[in-house]
Write a protein that binds this ligand. Sequence first.
Ligand SMILES: [Zn+2]
Ligand SMILES: [Zn+2]
Length: 463
Amino acid sequence: MSKIGETVRGNKGRYKIVKALDKQGAMGLVFVAETTSKPKTEVIIKFARVDVKISEKRLVREIKLLQLFQETKPKNVVAYIDESDESEEELFLVMEYLKGQDLGARAIDRLKPKIDAGTVIRFSKDIAEALSDLHKLHAIHRDLKPENMVVVRRNDEEHCILVDFGIGKLTTEDTTGDGIGTDAWSCKHNFANPLRVGEDCDVYALGRIMFYIATGQHPSRCEYPLGDDKFGNMWAKAVKFGANAELSNLIDDMISYSGYEMSSDGIKRQIEPAHKFETAEQVLQRLGEPWAQALAEPSAYKQQKVQPRKYTTPPRQQLLQGPHIIIGGERKEIVGNRCEIGRAHTCPDLDRDCSRGVLHAGMDGGFDYPRNPDIEIPLIGSPGKSVAFMHHIRIWKDKGEWYVRDLDTTNYSAILKNNNWEPLNDIVTRKGKTMMLDQNFTKLAIGYRFGGRTEIEFSFYKQ
Ligand SMILES: [Zn+2]
Ligand SMILES: [Zn+2]
């Protein structure tokens, strides 16, 4: 029943199955496939296992959730691409291909550098960001463990991406669904009272993973044996195994309880201790503190103290001459031979890292940060949403030539070439490409979807 070599039909395109993924999940059959349309892209296809009863139910659940995430694209979560067309006999899910090891394999890979404190901070931030975005959508993962995170290389750094939503659910659903977590990592609520499992339990599980990667010790070996009021409490903090003291305190807060939850009649319910940390934001806030920044990027942290250059806006010209952008029927001049387009916001955004830590690396060209985009894409609806990233795309002139670059967005940008939209990103690494604008008139887009769909189109005039 090998599927290799077969071509299957999705809603948006066809996929040729190339090979089985080395590591097979217990719940699905996973393959690497290639899109048959151009640009040829490698993707992951997941089928249900016919030999495992709940496998299909989990796949249906995963498809539903990943599809839901597509709209807002939570950070550091594997991206949905497509699913099986109705004409296909077997249900399947098409996802982006994350090239890398899972965190479990990475942690014990002796050929790779040991995971240091800075990497622990970076991975923790990646997953906390993913959780923060997921929780805003009222979605919980419920099965965080090192095997459900893929370590990929982005911008020359290792980063963690969250995968496998087979037992994820919306907190608005009042069923538990199938499957309740993984013993060693999941919060004990998963087993004691599955309906109680919430966002705070995802944060707890992340804490246990951080304990593991910070110490090399399996957390379940460092907790008291389960008893009446023992709920995975640890007999040793991470610092005992050599972890940074502040990091150890953070981990300890994530996996500690603040007392017992009261039932409505005010009686202590021994089986349901309350989590000390309730949200992923609490984790992100701590990870934003100076000690964590210093651990994550010692050199960048020092540089931060240098005063940034002041940006001064050149005076606006009365007449529209020279290079400009036409967007939404309006002509906007490009002042100073450079222009950035992004979501309307006050830069820097204090709630989110709008630089995403990378935008400006190796690409000054006169662009300063923090600074609001020259052309701001307004938010639509309530709460306001925008398809554009806060800093999405840049256009600039260098040595007489014009260039465009997507700023490593996960929503992508595109350029129209020979009547075809071409992504300005590598779909796998999400890195933006720099392309020369050699025509006097070029159509560009913010938001590029698999299959050539774009979201906001605009034109660039060199003149
Ligand atoms: Zn819990
Ligand atoms: Zn900004």
